[in-house]
Design a protein around this ligand. Structure first.
Ligand code: NDP
Length: 292
């Protein structure tokens, strides 16, 4: 039987509605949650993401603004902007859009953002808090969104074998931190480019999270029948027949995997839809912490 398809747009809409409700409740107490995105340079894809974030903020009744800086911006100039936002009480969340131009060390910027405004969840303080299961941690939006999708579909995670493909700081490692927490209780394996016999790991996985950035890498014959497949990958593949000149593919070969899996996320329309919704959720949480 073909897999049930996880509707990322529907779950993301639900999260956004919750965020709008929380933002309205905060507004009655005089707090308008505020997110500032800093965009350095003119990377086309980044500009699209940033616009979507600003729009999502406004739709949720939040204050959303973008600071645009030229590609020639120095590290010192960007750090000064971050310092200003750290000190601004109207701003509860700060996101510096990656990638940054070569002259700027992304780690230096991430470490300068005040941890209580780090709604991207990349500051080492939040990375550590997620790992130890601190309730006031900001989890990175994409892996958190992937977990929320599983929860929305009542995926049973306790004692299940969860195999994560990819060990980036943005997706793979924080996904492992989230899946191993008490309450989620998965048994986690993290695979990467040096993993031996990747397929043997995949074949025993009850849950597969694919985040390697390789179009259609995971095929149905690599999966255990009935596995839950969460495809984080977003890969642009040139396609002259497509209006945009490219098509988006996940890290999973959807046609064959959906014949074997019990539940699967599509690309687009799966995990990708969750990232901004979780960013909004983190921002409203950051704003509510002001009251604590
Ligand atoms: P990175 O390139 O930072 O990391 C890729 C990881 O995959 C690395 O750990 C690498 O191993 C591993 N890897 C690469 N090739 C193989 C292979 N053949 N076998 C096993 N492991 C392999 O990618 P990201 O984590 O940033 O992103 C992964 C995917 O998720 C991308 O398609 C990206 O576009 C997408 N993405 C989607 C988001 C969203 O939905 N909003 C947000 C962020 C990412 P090693 O460490 O050994 O090099």
């Amino acid at each position: 039987m073909p897999a049930e398809i996880i509707d990322g747009a529907a779950v993301a809409a639900k999260v956004r509605a919750e965020v709008a409700r929380d933002a309205a409740a905060l507004a009655t107490r005089g707090i308008i949650p505020g997110l500032t995105v800093v965009l350095v340079g003119d990377d086309g894809a980044s500009a699209v993401y940033v616009k979507a974030k600003e729009k999502a903020c406004h739709e949720a009744g939040m204050h959303g603004e973008t600071i645009r800086m030229p590609a020639s911006t120095t590290q010192a100039e960007l750090l000064a902007v971050v310092d200003g936002l750290n000190a601004d009480p109207k701003i509860h969340g700060i996101l510096v859009q990656m990638p940054l131009p070569k002259q700027i060390d992304p780690q230096a910027i991430i470490r300068r953002i005040a941890p209580h405004k780090d709604v991207d969840g990349f500051h080492p303080v939040n990375v550590g808090k997620v790992l130890i299961g601190d309730s006031d941690a900001f989890a990175p939006c994409t892996p958190w969104g992937a977990l929320v999708l599983m929860q929305a579909y009542n995926v049973s995670t306790a004692g299940k074998e969860c195999v994560i493909l990819g060990r980036s700081n943005i997706v793979g490692k924080p996904m492992a931190s989230l899946m191993v927490q008490p309450g989620v209780d998965a048994t986690v394996t993290v695979c990467h480019s040096r993993t031996k016999d990747l397929v043997s790991h995949l074949r025993r996985a009850d849950i597969v999270v694919a985040a390697i950035g390789k179009a259609e890498f995971v095929t149905g014959d690599m999966l255990k029948p009935g596995a839950v497949v969460i495809d984080v990958g977003i890969n642009r593949v040139d396609d002259a027949t497509a209006k945009a000149g490219y098509k988006l593919y996940g890290d999973v070969h959807f046609p064959s995997a959906s014949e074997v899996a019990s539940l699967i996320t599509p690309v687009p329309g799966g995990v990708g839809r969750m990232t901004i919704a979780m960013l909004m959720k983190n921002t409203v949480r950051a704003a509510s912490m002001v009251l604590a």
